[in-house]
Ligand binder design. Structure first.
Ligand SMILES: Nc1ncnc2c1ncn2[C@@H]1O[C@H](COP(=O)(O)OP(=O)(O)OP(=O)(O)O)[C@@H](O)[C@H]1O
Length: 478
């Protein structure tokens, strides 16, 4: 680097400022310290550093307010937010507010220094002053919907652990993005994140892909090769579409997870690795276990923490933000001006089913960027396949899926005795609906439900339901 990088340190705690100053200066960086965000805001108008590292809680403007101002006025200036360990909400907020990274306190000084260096390098790459390095920045995850907030919370909660995670969600919902975020926000972030899609690898190459092979191990093995496990040593191995893993490989994987060591194909020396596994699937793994297609013991080893990524149709409120994000990205890729959605178009897009989830949305935005004629995108400008689609018309069995999602999330939250609340709710809804259809006549409603009248009366009582008026038959109770 031809000139020394300038880093601004913002913290009301003098000892933290001091520690950071010393460490960064030792690495040849120029530092300037501030004891409040207010000081920084007034200074920024005149001068900008290369990187800012800021605490959240300070007298006056908070670090998050500072972050918001910087994002708005100096979007290229990377900000690292320091947060107290326990303060998960701030961690998530800083991440969503566009912080380059957040640094949990207390931190390791070396980590802080390497983070500052990465932030600097990233900003340089963004400005095209350096050729991109091998670590492409994972795009931020967009998600205001409650179900996505739940996902962010999980990422925050797991950010100090190396625990195995199983990610569930339909194809294109963002499983790989979340896996990558889990890695980036983990103690292993400085080590590799290696992704491998089980569905994309021919069955007979899978073992060598995962574990590597020795020279001459099989026809075509002309040289020794390190497998993905070795490449991911110290870091994270993301096994996508784990449900597609062949039975023999499952057995092998289970052994590796138990022993922490393996042999390359054709090899005789055990190789020790330290790898965190994140697996993902769009399939119902429990179902595969029951059908004998997935090893139960492997399932339990992977299913330590489960994160469910909702379908795009279950987080419609995020659709406009996602669409605008992808339009901006497509415009950047193609070096054209970004298209702008008319509000009717946004609304129309928000009502579609999106069976291909976020990936379909991303592809649609590329299509629009190339194909739409004007700068403003009208409904007519959308790809033809989106124009003749049922919109929010819910398929009749959607409630089953909704129920499934509900149960999945309740269990993921550690809830127990699910049926205690689910069954009465179910019965109450059925009874209310039937009574509505019969204008409150219990005898008829019982018939519609397929219960005897006494059963219905008993249920109404047990459920503590207050049924007002319309009951013409109280007298003939048997
Ligand atoms: N919430 C989000 N915000 C921004 N981009 C997203 C979001 N979710 C997904 N994407 C983008 O959508 C695309 C699909 O996501 P990803 O590959 O992570 O999905 P997936 O569930 O792993 O898909 P598959 O199961 O088909 O492998 C990616 O380009 C990803 O960057």
């Amino acid at each position: 680097m031809s000139r020394s990088e300038t880093v601004w340190i913002v913290d009301d705690d003098r000892s933290i400022r001091w520690v950071l100053e010393k460490a960064l200066q030792q690495e040849g960086m120029t530092t300037q310290s501030f004891d409040s965000a207010d000081g920084v805001l007034s200074r920024l108008a005149r001068q900008q550093p290369d990187v800012i590292i800021s605490d959240i809680r300070m007298p006056g403007a908070s670090g998050l307010e500072l972050l918001a101002q910087i994002r708005e006025h100096y979007p290229r200036l990377p900000v690292i937010i320091m947060t107290a360990h326990s303060d998960l909400d701030s961690a998530v907020a800083s991440y969503q507010g566009g912080a380059f990274e957040y640094l949990p306190k207390p931190f390791d000084v070396d980590d802080a220094v390497s983070l500052v260096k990465r932030a600097y390098q990233h900003a340089q790459e963004q400005q095209g002053m350096h050729t991109p390095q091998d670590r492409p920045r994972t795009p931020e995850i967009i998600g205001e919907a409650p179900a996505m907030q739940e996902v962010f919370r999980a990422i925050g909660r797991l950010s100090h652990s190396n625990i195995t995670v199983l990610i569930n969600g339909e194809s294109g919902t963002g499983k790989e993005l979340v896996a990558h975020a889990l890695h980036r926000h983990s103690p292993r972030k400085a080590s590799p994140f290696i992704a491998l899609n089980m569905a994309a690898i021919p069955k007979d190459l899978m073992e060598s892909e995962l574990f590597g092979h020795e020279k001459g191990a099989f026809t075509g093995a002309a040289a020794q090769r390190r497998g993905r496990f070795e490449q991911a040593d110290g870091g994270t191995l993301f096994l996508d579409e784990i449900g597609d893993m062949p039975a023999e490989t499952q057995t092998r994987l289970l052994r590796v997870l138990a022993d922490g060591e393996f042999y390359r194909v054709g090899g005789h020396t055990p190789i020790k690795v330290d790898v965190r596994i994140i697996a993902a699937t769009h399939q119902d793994l429990e179902g595969l276990v029951q059908a004998g297609k997935f090893r139960e013991d492997l399932f339990h080893r992977l299913n330590v923490i489960r994160i469910h990524i909702p379908r795009l149709a279950d987080r419609r409120e995020d659709i406009p933000a996602l669409a605008n994000h992808f339009l901006a990205r497509a415009a950047q890729e193609l070096s054209v001006e970004p298209k702008v959605l008319k509000s009717e178009t946004e609304e129309y897009l928000s009502k579609l089913q999106w069976p291909g989830n976020v990936r379909q949305m991303e592809n649609t935005c590329r299509w629009i960027t190339v194909m739409a004629s004007g700068r403003e995108v009208l409904v007519e400008d959308l790809p033809p396949e989106l124009l003749n689609q049922p919109t929010t018309a819910q398929p009749a069995h959607n409630w089953e899926q909704a129920l499934r999602n509900w149960a999945d999330q309740a269990l993921a939250r550690g809830q127990q005795n699910l049926l205690d609340s689910a069954v009465p709710t179910f019965e109450r809804i059925m009874i209310e609906t039937a009574l509505k259809h019969t204008a409150g006549r219990r005898r008829d409603a019982a018939l519609l439900l397929g219960w005897g009248r006494n059963t219905l009366t008993r249920k109404i009582k047990e459920l503590g339901m207050r049924i007002d008026g319309g009951d013409d038959e109280e007298g003939d109770e048997g």
